[in-house]
Ligand binder design. Structure first.
Ligand code: NAD
Ligand code: GLY
Length: 376
């Protein structure tokens, strides 16, 4: 199955379909869609809905979503979780179950995840497990969540020993990307989202990679047409990958380009010190250098990616995680990666722009790349 070509003129609101048989759903992308009752018109009906958000996003958007949902659900509750990656935990998940049970919610209750990837991942996991599964809708409000985490049904929480280690594949009924919400996003978070947009170029679409390079200033300034196209194309690519490999038996792993190094950075620095997108940006540079060290791409490609990641406002040098054996610490953390088997780390590497491959790599080569990539 080949990647469908890009729609060059974004229509607003755009609709991207994710084809998963009985679990198929649509991603709605547009400005102002979150406020409109019609956006939610064909969702499952219930007597109650719960909007799960956090203390930052709820004051900005929850009342507007609540008003729109009130046209369809007799009771709409709002729960504001503490904000931050450090709260992507069992304890916070429990707050969602507490709210559902204290409101007397039932197995028809629909959950709405209003926020970034942290809220989306936790709400999805709560939906997967509350009464063995209730419907949920993603309303992503960060760029990262709009182009990646809200799509594809990966849900979960962190464990102190590893990121996203406890969770479930559980697809939402709908994804609603309101591009207007990006106007309130801090620039650092916008850059973090750009990391996941950039990711799609090297792994799947060299034409999109060229487009991103040409339009990066527009994306950093949130120019509406450029942003609409970037979100739409990213969702198209993700939908294409997930439709073929929902549970990551193979192909879907390419979406983890940069994540093996990135997850080690996040865990090694302590969750929240580096944003997920920052760690992925730097991780892509490290994975590209590893690709070059293994002879898959030339150094020109690595330089190109370094320029792009830096221009997106993301770090291109890895942090030192352990002064006495930095590479050893990275390797230790990367062996906890979900793609590792029996201690062998599988990397997503680039085999030419727009083409990803999965490979193991000799430890001395990986150590050399880490040494070359990390700030002294
Ligand atoms: P986040 O959810 O922590 O949001 C970033 C910050 O922006 C938070 O402080 C949040 O409150 C704030 N915020 C959100 N929307 C805002 C808005 N419109 N205006 C102002 N502030 C806003 O981080 P994220 O980058 O969205 O997501 C990262 C998480 O997503 C990580 O936990 C990562 O593991 C996960 N993730 C999951 C998948 C997946 O497939 N499920 C994919 C990629 C990342
Ligand atoms: N973000 C990786 C995935 O959804 O598979």
């Amino acid at each position: 199955m080949s990647l469908p070509s890009a729609v060059t003129t974004p229509v607003s609101p755009a609709r991207v379909a994710i084809d998963l048989g009985t679990r198929s759903y649509a991603i709605t992308i547009g400005a102002g869609v979150l406020d409109q009752p019609g956006t939610y018109a064909d969702l499952p009906r219930a007597s109650q809905a719960l909007i799960v958000s956090n203390t930052t996003v709820a004051p900005l958007y929850a009342q507007r979503v609540r008003t729109a949902l009130a046209a369809h659900y007799p009771q709409v509750h709002v729960l504001a979780l503490p904000d931050g990656e450090a709260y992507k935990t069992w304890e916070t998940l429990q707050l969602i179950f507490d709210a559902l049970l204290s409101h007397g919610c039932d197995r028809k209750t629909v959950l709405f995840a209003l926020g970034g990837g942290v809220v989306g991942d936790m709400t999805g996991f709560a939906a997967a497990s509350f009464m063995r599964g209730v419907p949920f809708v993603q309303i992503p409000t960060t760029l990262l969540a709009q182009v990646d985490s809200s799509v594809g049904g990966k849900t979960g929480i962190n464990h102190p020993l590893g990121k996203n280690m406890v969770g479930a594949f559980y697809q939402p009924h709908r994804v609603v990307c309101d591009l207007d919400t990006l106007q309130t996003l801090p620039p650092r978070e916008l850059s973090a989202g750009l990391a996941e947009i950039i990711k799609y170029g090297p792994i799947a679409d060299r034409v999109f990679l060229d487009w991103i390079e040409a339009h990066l200033p527009d994306l950093r300034s949130c120019e509406p047409r450029a942003m609409a196209y970037a979100v739409q194309r990213s969702c198209e690519i993700k939908a294409w990958v997930v439709s073929q490999d929902e549970r990551e038996a193979g192909l879907r792993a390419i979406l983890n380009f940069g994540h093996t190094f990135g997850h080690a950075i996040e865990a090694g620095m302590g969750y929240g010190a580096w944003l997920h997108g920052e760690a992925v940006g730097c991780g892509m540079v490290m994975a590209a250098r590893l690709s070059a060290a293994l002879g898959l791409v030339d150094t020109g490609f690595v330089d190109r990616l370094v320029r792009l990641v830096a221009a997106a406002g993301l770090p291109v040098r890895g942090p030192v995680l352990d002064i006495s054996d930095n590479a050893g610490r990275y390797l230790e953390l990367m062996r906890l990666d979900k793609k590792a088997h029996a201690g062998a780390i599988t990397f997503v590497l680039i085999d030419g722009p727009g083409r990803a491959v999965m490979r193991e790599a000799p430890e001395d080569v990986v150590r050399g790349v880490i040494d070359a990539c990390c700030a002294a």
